[in-house]
Write a protein that binds this ligand. Sequence first.
Ligand code: DAH
Length: 345
Amino acid sequence: MQIINFKIMLNEINILNEEIKNKISNVKDLNSLEEIRLEYFVKKGKIQSLVDKLKDVPKDQKPVIGKELNIFKSNAERIFNELREKLQNQAEENTDLDLTLPGRRNFRGSSHPVMQTMNEMIDIFGSMGFAVAEGPDIEDGWHNFDALNFPPDHPARDMQDTFFVKSDKEYVLRTHTSPVQIRVMQSSELPIRAIMPGRVYRNEAISARSLAEFYQIEGLYIDKNVSLAELKSTLMTFAKRMYGENSKFRFRPSFFPFTEPSAELDISCYICGGKGCRICKNTGWLEIAGCGMVHPNVLKSGGIDPEIYSGYAFGFGIERVTMLRTGISDIRYLYENDLRVLNQL
Ligand code: DAH
């Protein structure tokens, strides 16, 4: 075994110490510092090979040399780490960061005003005992028209109002949510108390008041001895909760093939307060729902005996309800996806 004496070892420590100090003092960037790390500070680096020589030192000299080695090693590591920290800080300062720029805002999504209205309507009717049901957007002509007592020559069946899926006119994009009434009657036990939200489609010119694709909520209540008075009180309770105790409403006689008698529910115009303006076509009132007592033929289509049962139905346009809540005067604002508008609603 090769014996290394005290002097040689101390000398080697000194040489390596000087060498490292020298190199480190010339380092200008992190890359050259990394080269020094690989040369001296890794497991197979020069510092460790010097430390390994301790095993060849005579036993009685080991404590002294060991101590010298330790001092040398921790000193070298300290100088190295200090320089590394300094260079890292410099590197950070030298980037092109503009710390005066304002931070990036986190955009939070939220549900669309029309969906908010729909959910609120579902909540209010839900608290009055109405369950939610749904039907298909692509509907057969029977559910959309015949079962609802539309005569064969009704103008709504015309190409001008309805999107037909194929030219044979068997399937349509449903023009209202009323066909879901039939589906619910066919599949539910009596009594029925349900609301049916969904998208509907009409081949109509788009304007400030109407779209070709919009949302409705249908309502249906069927039991023995259901009266028109119950329909009125249900809709009034809903309307007051939706629009506040002070809003004014009126029922106006109307016509729908699937109800008899039929009515429309109007609310006093939110733009002019009832004086008459462009939006309410100078009447002071805006229509918010159609309603009526379910026609006996419709009950029959749904497999229900009109001699025993009666019922009421209603249908709201959800965009219309949203316009009234938010005070916007053009329905198209809702779907232009302009966040400057939507954020205000
Ligand atoms: N389906 C009608 C429409 O789209 C709205 C409606 C009117 C629904 C009267 C009803 C109702 O349930 O009873 O214009």
